[in-house]
Design a protein around this ligand. Structure first.
Ligand code: TMP
Length: 238
């Protein structure tokens, strides 16, 4: 029984982190994790659930993440768009090989905060880099791995950035990507919109302006349907 890769995408401040932890809790509480564990004959100590993210899902990736989000670079000698693209691709290559493929091969459910669509939206639509080049790099970095399901938390760029800037009031800093212009983040948003149109089977749009509880409910409903289709023999009703 192969694992499944479920990705969470969205612009800044869309609430991915909160929703991923809600999904994690629900997968446990609803018994899905336990049923998959039993089907894989795993010991009680080995839960077939993996939470990870890009950039930063490996030790090397955490260092790349720090470089990518370091706001102090911007003024003196800004990071070039192509350099940025290659660093995200390097992070992905390491992550796919070291974490995603082994976990999926072991039958795990993998919840990943961002994946290939972020590169298309941010470096393609946001920075204006060539979309074919990005597809090629994504292909190299993933060795063909695609998500089984992607939740796109859709929130207007203004609203998301406002949420991010609220954090300033709580004394948390804004990172290099978050600090970019509203126009940049609007282009990112249009990138996700285009991707959702292009891949309607894989990408599910979730209205992220709704309350946290409502967003969680929508995600759970869609995910439960997919889980039943992926693992018909493990459905609670069968
Ligand atoms: P996060 O804080 O939501 O985890 O994401 C880190 C930042 O990296 C966020 O601003 C989006 C950006 N990003 C890209 O620009 N390209 C990519 O390929 C990925 C994975 C993230």
């Amino acid at each position: 029984m192969g694992g499944k890769l479920v990705v969470f995408e969205g612009g800044e401040g869309a609430g991915k982190t909160t929703q991923i932890s809600q999904v994690q809790a629900w997968l446990r509480d609803s018994g899905w994790v336990h049923r998959i564990q039993t089907a894989l004959a795993l010991p009680a100590s080995e839960e077939p659930l993996c939470l990870t993210r890009e950039p930063g899902g490996t030790d090397l990736g955490q260092r790349l993440r720090a470089l990518l989000l370091d706001g102090s670079l911007t003024t003196a000698a800004p990071m070039q768009a192509q350099t940025e693209l290659l660093l995200y691709a390097a992070d992905r290559s390491q992550h796919v090989t070291q974490v995603l493929k082994p976990k999926l091969q072991s039958g795990y459910l993998v919840l990943c905060d961002r994946f290939t669509d972020s590169t298309v939206a941010y470096q393609g639509y946001g920075r204006g880099l060539d979309l074919n080049l990005i597809d090629q790099l994504n292909q190299i970095a993933t060795a063909g791995l695609e998500s089984d399901l992607t939740f796109w938390l859709d929130l207007e760029a203004e609203v998301g950035l406002n949420r991010v800037h609220q954090r300033l009031l709580a004394n948390t800093s804004v990172d290099r990507m978050e600090a970019d212009t509203l126009e940049f983040h609007r282009r990112v948003q249009s990138g996700f919109t285009a991707l959702a149109r292009q891949y309607p089977q894989r990408i599910v749009r979730v209205e992220a302006q709704a309350s946290e509880v409502e967003v969680t409910q929508v995600i759970q409903t869609v995910l439960e349907e997919r889980l039943k289709a992926w693992y018909p023999q493990l459905s609670p009703t069968s």
